[in-house]
Design a protein. Structure first.
Length: 166
């Protein structure tokens, strides 16, 4: 299971706090697990190979084969379910609510919640609400993002199924 160094969680200091994978030509990957030593987070180099029948994906050893995609998306572009994508290029990229100037494109700011048609106090031009959805990109090894409009608004990285009570 992927994790973070507890010392970093406590004070958000230090680099290298999250477990991650590195890859070589066989695509199985090496796991670099964060651990605490004298109050600091460290990750051993060059990392550990996963046991037979497992591959390193998203900072954890998981059942699989080296040819399996290196990006994992548990909900595959469902804007009503918040999720976290893990890939070669991102450790835990999460779906976020997004306030945009444009109705079908991300042109604005990330936020924890929004309501369609309700202007942002930060910028009155930001009236379109959607999810900035983290997805696995073409080929399955890298992450990407897509903007999905939310009819009733967004909260904590997921579109609302019904209008909120204001």
């Amino acid at each position: 299971m992927a994790g973070e160094c507890e010392a970093w969680k406590a004070d958000r200091s230090g680099e290298g706090s999250a477990d991650y994978c590195t890859y070589d030509e066989d695509r199985a990957g090496r796991l670099h697990e964060a651990r605490c030593e004298a109050g600091r987070c460290v990750r051993p180099e060059p990392g550990e190979r996963c046991p037979e029948g497992q591959v390193c994906r998203g900072g954890a050893c998981l059942a699989g084969q080296p040819e399996d995609p290196q990006c994992r998306d548990p909900e595959v572009e469902d804007s009503f379910i918040p999720s976290e994508v893990r890939s070669v290029s991102a450790f835990g990229l999460q779906d976020c609510c997004y306030l945009s100037r444009l109705p079908t494109e991300a042109d604005g700011v990330l936020t924890d919640r929004c309501h369609t048609g309700v202007a942002s106090s930060l910028n009155p031009e930001l009236v379109h609400c959607g999810v900035y959805e983290a997805i696995c990109g073409a080929g399955g090894d890298w992450h990407d993002n897509v903007y999905i409009p939310c009819e009733h608004g967004c909260r904590n990285g997921a579109c609302l199924r019904t209008p909120p009570s204001l």
